[in-house]
Design a protein around this ligand. Structure first.
Ligand code: AMP
Length: 216
């Protein structure tokens, strides 16, 4: 994917390295040229000095052909503006904004902006480490399993969740339904149009699962 990262701070630089290691084309934008030092000397993507919501800067970063933009500066307003410019003006298919303030994150999410609140995420991870039996972060830390969220493709609408599961490779643990909300599937749970499935997946089977269920 061609991905623009706005903000080369601690999060942006780490994200840039991870995405580059995954074989993606990365362009990093920051208003402070010194920030690019965080990328280290193995980074071979593009860096651009400029403001993260400036149209000319974003055009120079290649936003017209970008598959995704992640706005991860330390300013919620900057990130929201950058995300909105990417969505509304340039129709970038995947846009994510980092938001510090959890309440604002919730409001923006309800407006259709894909936000991640590091504050909530980090607090939850610390809770998981502190309190026994709440091991959601365990999945993130292992390199063998991951959590996959995807919209049910037409081919599986009308099937039972147990028919969607792939033994040893994919287990659907949650279904987000428009009408009834979030459910843990039972033997009888059926996939309906518009359902979002959340599943635990074996990383080695990720490619197969993505092809089978038309994800990404
Ligand atoms: P950190 O708090 O470590 O994640 O760093 C945030 C980064 O965002 C810093 O490198 C800032 O220079 C950068 N930043 C803040 N505002 C803007 C902006 N409007 N446009 C581009 N980069 C920005």
């Amino acid at each position: 994917m061609y991905i623009i990262i706005v903000g080369c701070g601690r999060v942006g630089a780490e994200l840039a390295r991870i995405l580059q290691d995954g074989g993606h084309n990365v362009v990093v934008v920051d208003k402070n040229p010194d920030a690019f030092k965080r990328l280290g000397n193995t980074f071979n993507g593009v860096t651009l000095v400029g403001n993260g919501f400036d149209l000319d800067t974003l055009k120079e970063a290649g936003i017209e052909k970008a598959d995704a933009l992640c706005a991860v500066t330390n300013g919620d307003n900057t990130n929201i503006m950058s995300a909105q410019v990417a969505r509304k003006i340039f129709n970038v298919p995947k846009v994510i904004a980092r938001i510090y303030d959890p309440q604002r994150a919730e409001i923006y999410r309800s407006l259709g902006i894909n936000t991640l609140s590091g504050t909530v995420l980090f607090a939850s991870l610390i809770r998981d480490k502190l309190i026994e039996s709440q091991f959601s972060s365990y999945l993130i830390e292992t390199k063998e399993l991951g959590v996959l969220e995807f919209r049910a493709p037409e081919e599986i609408v009308g099937k039972l969740i147990k028919e969607v599961n792939l033994p040893g490779e994919l287990l659907v643990v949650t279904v987000v339904k428009k009408k009834t909300g979030t459910v843990i599937p039972t033997e009888q749970t059926m996939v309906e149009k518009g359902d979002i499935l959340i599943a635990v997946v074996k990383i080695s089977a990720l490619k197969k699962v993505k092809t089978l269920y038309k994800i990404g």
